[in-house]
Structure formats: C-alpha cells, structure tokens
Design a protein around this ligand. Structure first.
Ligand code: 5RP
Length: 224
C-alpha cells in the first residue's frame, strides 16, 4: 500500500469510530470511503454494531453489502445521523469540490439529509481556493451540448466525461461535464449561477455543508 492509501485508510478508520449504535449513516463514494465501510463492517461483525446505511452510489452499495452493512432508503428514513464522504478539494472554509467519481448528486442528497457531514481526505485534497480540480456538473443527456455552452459563458470550456470513448452515464442515467475553472474565488455565487441553467441536475460544489473534516497528514490525523 502506498503512502496516500495509508492516509486514506487511517482517516476512513477514524471516521468509522464516530458511528454509534442505532445510527442511520449516509455512505459516500470513493476509495477513501471504501476503508470507512470496511471498518464499519468489522465493527458490525466483532462488536455487534447495529446501524443502517444509505449508499450514494451503486459501487458503495456493493461494498456495503460485502461488509455486512444493512441498507435502507429515503422511503424509510427522513434524516440521517451522520454522512461520511470523501472529496476532491477542500478549501480554507471547508467548501468542497466533489464528483470525481461521478456520484455527486446522491452524495449531495445524503449530505443535506444528515445532522453531521464528515469529510475524510488525505492532505493532497487541501487547497486555499477551489478550482484546480475541474468542477464536475451532472447534466441531462438530452440538452448537454446546450448546457455546456451556457456553462462556458461563466468562464471555462467544459468537457463531457467519457468512459471507453462513450459518454460516462451516472447511476441516475445522466452525463457529467468537467468544468476547468482553475480558480473559483466565489464558490457560492458560481454554484447558484450554474444551478440556474436548465439541464443542470447538480453541481459538485458543496457549500457550507460540512461539519467536520478529517485530514490524513504524514504521522498525524488533523481534525478541523
Ligand atoms: C465521488 C467523490 C469522491 O468522494 C471523491 O472523488 C474522492 O474520492 P477518493 O476518496 O477516491 O479520492 O466525490 O463522486
């Protein structure tokens, strides 16, 4: 395991300790969340931890089932106690860019539904200002050319995310536009501008949603 993976594992395991008996848990997506899910699975097997999870992607649902985490959905649960997820960038105000794994829409749903929203990242994700990571935006396939053109007026040239030369289709049946703004000085404003474009399903900007960020640093876990 390389150094970055060790940090991902460490923060994933740390976040799993925040989950208590009886909690409804939002399960994010990505390689850092994988370690958190494994750790929760171990606590279920060894300590009899009783929880239910709502997964943010089909891949997360598979990992959760393998780990023995019982799953539920929003027809049974109004509010989550805690959601734990990764991120692609975390800025000085704990605003985020997410969606590197194309799961941003459901991730935002489980983030908004939770009393506590905990982000787990290795130190490479910490930035002063968002934007170096191209902003993922989930869009309706029907109008994606037009939506991309409208987003380009806000200062970037979006590209359609592809998988083996075909458009990547999200778990919701939509497309992802990757938007290289380079610098996003006013993320709240940009989020509102992009969301006002018809055809945009959701953006990967998570503004004022986070309660805790757990950062894996060399020889240390920093909580902010
Ligand atoms: C998926 C996400 C992930 O949380 C983000 O891409 C971080 O992933 P990883 O933990 O693999 O670095 O937003 O849509």
């Amino acid at each position: 395991m390389n150094e970055q993976d060790k940090l991902k594992k460490a923060v994933g395991e740390k976040a799993a300790t925040m989950v208590k008996d009886g909690m409804k848990v939002g399960l994010g997506s990505g390689t850092t969340v994988y370690w958190m899910i494994r750790s929760l699975g171990e606590r279920i097997q060894k300590d009899g931890l009783k929880i239910e999870g709502i997964p943010s992607s089909n891949q997360t649902a598979i990992w959760a089932e393998e780990a023995g985490i019982p799953l539920t959905d929003f027809s049974h649960v109004k509010e989550l106690d805690i959601t734990i997820d990764g991120a692609d960038e975390v800025d000085a105000n704990n605003h985020l860019i997410k969606g590197g794994g194309a799961a941003l829409f459901r991730e935002k749903v489980i983030a908004q539904a939770a009393k506590e929203f905990v982000i787990i990242v290795d130190q490479s994700k910490i930035v002063d200002t968002l934007g170096e990571f191209s902003l993922p935006v989930e869009v309706l396939p029907f109008s994606w050319h037009r939506t991309a053109n409208e987003i380009s007026k806000l200062g970037c040239v979006p590209t359609l995310r592809v998988n083996e030369e075909e458009p990547l289709v999200t778990d919701n049946g939509n497309y992802i536009l990757d938007c290289p703004f380079k610098v996003i000085p006013f993320p709240d404003k940009l989020n509102k501008e992009i969301k006002s474009i018809v055809g945009v399903i959701e953006t990967g900007l998570f503004i004022d949603m986070v309660t805790t960020v757990i950062v894996g640093e060399k020889d240390n876990i920093n909580i902010k």
